[in-house]
Design a protein around this ligand. Structure first.
Ligand code: COI
Length: 359
């Protein structure tokens, strides 16, 4: 097993680092260290913990032209007894390799992925926030660093982990959703279930429109009929219909969210019925108008669980939820946060303890 080589200048940097801003926001601050690993000659060569700093890339580096890139989003939490834990990181390790396979990139053995994340977290222990709802957000990513303009899979890659002490993703309490009926995020057979930058780039034009219309998130529909709800780019979708939780079933056009899975697990453990199925947006709007869909929410690692206040359609009609901070959304949110922050017992295997390293 390869070990992460610790560079003393990185340790010095992180020892001196403090944040005094009480408003952490999301991704505003980054830890002064990073893990970096090089893949070359068919294998992962070395893993280093280095000071955070710019990458020097040749202008013809393949990732800059062809977008061969994948990433993950995960969180580290501090418990009241000061121990720190990653939340379900094995799921991120598996999804990272799913993304790698689809994007013709090398997989990282799960134990190496986890060890790299653990080392990064261990050296960031002093900057894992203490306030409830805050955490250290880890962003592992991989880019194709081979140089050349030919379109073929690269043979050289960098894997990097950066970290950001973060608070809540949304400034407000609930989100307004814009239903995108024209553009699509991805299509069957494409890369929609891979966590690759291109999917997020594809969402940005509609995001601009969404914000201009006074909404916060774009809701994507299927590419063939422009009818069925898929996801919101950085978040999955749930609705409460006749007291049951309903979420789109996973396909190769939807990202398999760790928070999505955790919501399903928590709901089932609390005897709330969950249905994974196709939901058309017109069915949803009808159920809202009939009072059968009372609440809906988005969920994701960064977003946690945020209730939806309203949906805006293409004709600019607004469909408001009866319960903009619904009972089930709030119940799921409180339970998830309590598990992550060590305020209640976690299901077996959900919390991955970070070893305490003295430095
Ligand atoms: C995450 O939740 O980790 C994501 O990658 C989504 C992104 C919008 C921040």
């Amino acid at each position: 097993m390869k070990k992460v080589e610790i560079h003393p200048d990185a340790v010095e940097k992180v020892k001196k680092f403090t944040i005094t801003d009480p408003q952490l926001g999301f991704g505003k601050y980054v830890a002064p260290i990073m893990v970096q690993a090089l893949y070359d000659h068919g294998d992962w060569q070395r893993f280093d913990l280095l000071p955070y700093g710019p990458l020097q890339l040749d202008p013809c580096t393949k990732v800059l032209h062809y977008g061969q890139e994948i990433f993950e989003g995960m969180k580290v939490f501090r418990h009241p007894d000061e121990r720190i834990f990653m939340f379900r990181p094995e799921m991120n390790a598996r999804r990272f390799n799913h993304s790698a396979r689809r994007m013709a990139m090398p997989e990282i053995p799960e134990d190496l992925f986890l060890e790299s994340c653990e080392t990064m977290s261990a050296y960031c222990k002093n900057i894992v926030p203490r306030r409830l709802g805050e955490s250290l957000y880890l962003r592992p990513f991989m880019i194709a660093t081979e140089v050349g303009l030919g379109i073929k899979p690269a043979k050289q890659f960098l894997f990097i982990i950066v970290a950001s002490p973060s608070g809540s993703y949304f400034a407000g309490d609930s989100v307004k959703v814009y239903i995108e009926r024209d553009e699509i995020r991805c299509a069957p057979g494409g890369v929609g279930s891979a966590k690759t930058g291109g999917n997020y780039a594809a969402s940005l034009n509609s995001y601009t429109k969404t914000i201009k219309l006074g909404c916060d998130q774009t809701m994507w529909l299927d590419s063939q009929e422009h009818k069925y709800i898929e996801e919101m780019s950085g978040m999955n979708f749930f609705a409460v219909i006749n007291g049951k939780l309903v979420t789109p079933s996973l396909t190769d056009t939807i990202l398999d969210g760790v928070t999505r899975k955790s919501v399903i697990d928590i709901a089932r453990s609390e005897n709330i019925q969950v249905e994974e199925r196709k939901i058309s947006v017109d069915e949803l709007l009808k159920l809202i108008s009939e009072g059968k869909c009372t609440e809906a929410f988005v969920c994701g690692t960064a977003a946690v669980i945020a209730p939806i206040a309203s949906f805006m359609d293409k004709d600019l009609s607004v469909h408001r939820l009866k319960e903009p901070a619904g009972k089930i959304a709030m119940q799921m949110r409180e339970k998830l946060i309590a598990i992550q922050a060590g305020r209640t017992e976690a299901p077996e295997g959900w919390l991955y303890p970070i070893k305490d390293i003295k430095f």
